[in-house]
Design a protein around this ligand. Sequence first.
Ligand SMILES: [Cu+2]
Length: 66
Amino acid sequence: MIRLSIPDMSCGHCEKTIREAVKEVDRDARVTVDLNSRTVDIETARPRDDVSGAIAKAGYTISPLT
Ligand SMILES: [Cu+2]
C-alpha cells in the first residue's frame, strides 16, 4: 500500500480530484482519503512514482510522511 501526505488537500473537491487522478493511472486502485490527517492510502499494483506523479500533475504537493 502507498501512503501519501498531501497537506493542501482540504475539502471534498480536493478528494474528488485526487481520486480521479489516481483512477487515471489505475482504475482498479482502492483509494482511502483521510481529510483530517490529509493523507491518502492507495492500494495499487502501479509504482508509487506513477501515482504520486499523477496527483502532482493534478496540482497537489506531496509531502514526505513524518
Ligand atoms: Cu479542496
